[in-house]
Design a binder for this molecule. Structure first.
Ligand SMILES: CC(C)(COP(=O)(O)OP(=O)(O)OC[C@H]1O[C@@H](n2cnc3c(N)ncnc32)[C@H](O)[C@@H]1OP(=O)(O)O)[C@@H](O)C(=O)NCCC(=O)NCCS
Length: 192
């Protein structure tokens, strides 16, 4: 009986912490967005609401566990770091980052996390993800982001190859971040 009570409290606490984390993340997004410097990029634009249906379709094509709500939230709070690549007016893919402050030995620093990157199946293998990463990483540097973090399923070799091409390094293996029961690599890229 006591055990069940404690379990319920634990679940509630975890839920509250997740909501708090989300609020903090969105607030940070609004704060960073205000001063974000955008570079000129050919065929890459910040997300617009009219693109969301196409993005949902590409997300559903690319991931087993899809989360439309996250796309909507990030398109509001992290619009400037929600990069959409176009090919002749069509949405070919997207890469969305959120920004956060992280504590290091040198004090607080700006860190970004690649939340999702996906390319329309019909456009894969043509360098679209490569271009999205190249241009967005350049913009991260200009905005003094010190490092980029991401999580990738250990079975997702195309994505691991893509990140390694940009010198991301595997830092550890973690469970249940890429989906229930799944294992993924945490990968990081130091920019400064
Ligand atoms: C991973 C993904 C984004 C790659 O997009 P893409 O536009 O096809 O990739 P690019 O053509 O720009 O290729 C860039 C690099 O990625 C790697 N890569 C891409 N597709 C690959 C494949 N099928 N097999 C092995 N490596 C591959 C290669 O290193 C490639 O560089 P190279 O052409 O010099 O060999 C795409 O396959 C996708 O949308 N997958 C589903 C969603 C997903 O898994 N996202 C990553 C979540 S962490």
């Amino acid at each position: 009986m006591i055990f069940m009570g404690l379990t319920k409290i634990h679940i509630r606490l975890t839920e509250y912490l997740m909501v708090l984390n989300r609020i903090l993340r969105d607030t940070a997004g609004t704060f960073f967005s205000r001063q974000w410097k955008q570079t000129v990029k050919e065929n890459i634009v910040p997300v617009e609401d009219s693109m969301l249906p196409e993005i949902f379709r590409i997300q559903a094509e690319g991931f087993k566990n899809t989360n439309r709500e996250k796309i909507v939230r990030y398109s509001n709070s992290f619009r400037k770091t929600f990069y959409v690549i176009k090919e002749q007016d069509q949405v070919a893919g997207y890469c969305v980052y959120y920004l956060k402050l992280s504590l290091s030995s040198g004090g607080f620093e700006k860190q970004s996390v690649i939340s999702e990157i996906a390319i329309d199946k019909n456009f894969r293998g043509r360098g679209f993800a490569d271009k999205l990463l190249k241009e967005s990483i350049e913009e991260m540097k200009i905005n003094r982001v010190s490092s980029i973090l991401l999580y990738v399923n250990i079975k997702n070799q195309p994505a691991i190859n893509l990140y390694e091409k940009f010198y991301f390094r595997k830092t550890k293996e973690v469970k249940n971040v890429c989906g229930p029961g799944e294992t993924c690599f945490e990968m990081g890229l130091r920019l400064v």
